[in-house]
Write a protein that binds this ligand. Structure first.
Ligand code: PEP
Length: 256
């Protein structure tokens, strides 16, 4: 896994799952299992409405809190249903997922909106987790490199490599999300190296320090071999993050 200078990050994306009591129990199990932490960092991204409660549950733990989305607008105003980066920081979030493929495909988020959300996250002092990844059709047409390059360059070209200093990138092949079909360690490593190379072309120091997570059907059984690869610095985990024992196994693989 990565170089010794990058702290592995294991992030749980709960998506639109859970209920208040169930979420509290899951956090309690994770807090007990994570102990004082390890070499890796654990991050939980519950639905918006549970964030404030989760911040309290996580108070005496080493587990960080993040959100799954944020508004692209920075200033408060008439944006019904939106939640700003400042509000997320206010309730204790340190990170926010930006450009998840479900946002891109189900809600039509464009590269331009993703860049605006990335910028809004940084303005609020949050660490954006920028998600990129190709669909199955794109992979089969040999377009993986072009798609991932376009998505990374949307941020790099508009905001510059400096904005990645406090950010995280997650490579999530769309065909591997929630499907039980994982990219092989070789497939993932190849794209992670591509991403790091794109950033290194602008700023080698930022590229060397950047955490690049893999996401797509990561579970307790496949995490170790993925995380063993040089440019894979952790995981963005959906389904398996709702199961304390699976998520803790992934965390231990990252801490090892
Ligand atoms: C995700 O939602 O980011 C994800 C990777 O989901 P899953 O682990 O369920 O594939």
């Amino acid at each position: 896994m990565g170089t010794g200078t990058r702290t592995p990050l294991v992030a749980g994306n709960w998506k639109m799952n859970g209920a208040l009591r169930e979420s509290r129990d899951l956090v309690a199990e994770l807090a007990a299992g994570v102990g004082q932490g390890g070499r890796a960092e654990m991050l939980l991204c519950p639905p918006y409405v549970y964030l404030a409660a989760a911040a309290r549950w996580l108070e005496a733990t080493p587990i960080a809190l993040g959100a799954q989305n944020l508004a692209s607008e920075v200033d408060p105003g008439a944006f019904t249903g939106e939640v700003s980066g400042a509000m997320l920081a206010d309730v204790g979030c340190a990170y926010v997922i930006v450009g998840h493929s479900e946002r891109r495909t189900l809600y039509g988020e464009t590269d331009e909106q993703v860049v605006a959300k990335f910028r809004a996250a940084r303005t609020a002092g949050l660490g954006p987790i920028l998600c990129v990844g190709e669909t199955l059709e794109e992979r089969e047409e040999g377009l993986t490199e072009a798609v991932v390059t376009r998505q990374v360059n949307a941020v790099l070209g508009t905001l510059g490599a400096g904005v990645l200093a406090s950010a995280v990138v997650a490579y999530e092949p769309v065909w591997a999300i929630g499907t039980g079909r994982t990219a092989s360690p070789d497939q993932a490593q190849e794209v992670h190296a591509l991403i790091r190379g794109l950033i290194a072309a602008q700023d080698a120091t930022i590229a060397a320090g950047l955490r690049i997570l893999y996401g797509g059907s990561v579970n307790g059984g496949n995490a170790a071999e993925l995380l063993a690869r040089e440019d894979i610095d952790g995981g963005l985990v959906g389904g398996a993050s709702l199961d304390a024992s699976q998520f803790l196994t992934i965390f231990q693989a990252a801490s090892g």
